[in-house]
Design a protein around this ligand. Structure first.
Ligand code: FES
Length: 123
């Protein structure tokens, strides 16, 4: 019998079960919430800048394995980047760091990235 394709790998599951940078910042420079209207899952991403560098980042919210896993992975990717570098991150960059989950679930992956893009567009 053929194995079903996996929606997420063990690394993503680990991030879902033990998310990095989950919580709230005391004094964020930016705080943006994105919601997936299809399921109601919601992620809030908060950033603190030092100059033009992202010095602190946290996320909070609820969602599926892919949306929470993506948020955890994304926060690790962006900390220490400049605003310009973080603005250039793409969905493909995030997907590549998640073991390439199926295309039909990309809206789950993009929730936190959309919040990041919205936050940085206010800078
Ligand atoms: Fe809601 Fe994934 S099922 S964001």
């Amino acid at each position: 019998m053929k194995d079903k394709p996996k929606i997420y790998n063990q690394d993503v599951l680990h991030h879902y079960q033990n998310p990095y940078n989950k919580g709230k910042l005391d004094d964020p420079d930016f705080s943006v919430t994105e919601e997936n209207p299809n399921c109601g899952d919601r992620i809030t991403l908060q950033l603190k800048l030092k100059g033009d560098e992202i010095s602190k980042v946290k996320f909070d919210g609820h969602g599926c394995v892919l949306s929470i896993g993506a948020a955890s992975i994304l926060t690790q990717m962006v900390r220490g980047l400049s605003v310009g570098e973080a603005s250039e991150l793409t969905l493909d960059d995030l997907v590549d760091n998640m073991g390439n989950p199926p295309k039909m679930r990309r809206n789950c992956v993009s929730l936190s990235l959309d919040a990041l893009k919205d936050a940085l567009s206010e800078w």
